[in-house]
Design a protein around this ligand. Structure first.
Ligand code: ZN
Length: 312
């Protein structure tokens, strides 16, 4: 609303490809996380009884806050698309990792993306193809488009922004690698962008928060609370920016869900949430998701939520 709704995708930036990017996930213990078929809140740790997303405080002054040292140990095991921050801004010194869900060419690599990877509490496919609207607009294209818009907004506030991928690989990353990229970057916040593929009539967005899980390589004990703060702010400001309602089929209309079956959350050691921006299989939601102006509002809402969280 506050921005040019016909804003084109951010100009492509040079990618910094690590040497072994072409290795993808082969031979590793695991790869990425789709939104997966399981959509329950099973288990005592799934405390989906979230309070309604509040309108997050909007600090008017840039109060100096401790800045985490973004010591970057460039791992050769992954490629990322890194965009330098603006020289100054309220988010200077902060690192945000944006994870565009799926990959538009995953469907050409079914064997690779179906490989099981370790998500800490079990095993799951490396990645999934994602969904699409009935008209054929792929979720993976949607997620990249929103990611580019979000990157531009966050950069303008001075954040250092890293994308987990940007059309620089044939499939994936696998879900575990998506998590590792955020960890390696010591990200102050990570958001995985998605749109859902549920039944027609199911509408609205929801933000997925990590459950408290521990097992294998997963231990979310340190990120559950900050992730809830991040996700709650995003939900509240997503409503404000898009006018969309919280999901009418997940999360009890709070706009928040808690899951322990997503490797991208289970394996994260930094605050992280997913957002399902709408339901691609519902015609009314699809009309929004395919509209560039709406996607700009969606990116703005997510950016506002991240910014609110990072400013504290
Ligand atoms: Zn998805």
């Amino acid at each position: 609303m506050r921005h040019d709704e016909s804003l084109p995708a951010t100009p492509r930036r040079p990618l910094r490809l690590a040497a072994a990017a072409a290795l993808l996930c082969l031979g590793l213990a695991g790869c990425g996380d789709g939104d997966g078929p399981v959509r329950g809140q099973a288990g005592p740790t799934a405390t989906g009884a979230a309070t309604p997303a509040p309108s997050a405080p909007a600090p008017s002054s840039a109060v100096p806050t401790p800045v985490k040292s973004p010591s970057r140990t460039a791992s050769p095991s992954a490629s990322v698309s890194r965009t330098p921050a603006a020289p100054t801004g309220p988010l200077s010194g902060k690192t945000v990792v944006i994870d565009p869900g799926h990959n538009p060419t995953n469907h050409l690599h079914t064997a690779e993306i179906n490989r099981q990877v370790d998500i800490g509490t079990g095993h799951k496919a490396c990645d999934t193809t994602g969904t699409a609207t009935n008209g054929g607009y792929a979720e993976a294209e949607f997620t990249l488009d929103v990611a580019h818009r979000l990157r531009k907004l966050l950069r303008a506030e001075g954040a250092d922004v890293v994308l987990t991928y940007d059309r620089d690989r044939a499939f994936g990353p696998c879900v575990d690698e998506r998590a590792r990229i955020g960890n390696r970057e010591h990200a102050d916040a990570v958001v995985s962008i998605h749109a859902d593929g549920s039944a027609a009539g199911n509408r609205g967005f929801h933000v997925i928060l990590p459950a408290a899980v521990r097992g294998g390589g997963a231990d979310t004990s340190k990120i559950v609370e900050p992730s809830r703060d991040l996700g709650t702010r995003i939900a509240g400001l997503f409503v404000r920016s898009t006018g969309s309602s919280p999901s009418n089929y997940v999360g009890g209309k709070t706009g928040l869900d808690v899951r322990k079956d997503l490797g991208g959350l289970n394996l994260s050691t930094v605050p992280k949430v997913f957002i399902e921006c709408g339901n691609m299989r519902d015609p009314k939601d699809a009309a929004l998701l395919t509209d560039a102006g709406w996607r700009q509002k969606a990116a703005q809402g997510i950016a506002d939520g991240i910014s609110s969280y990072l400013k504290g």
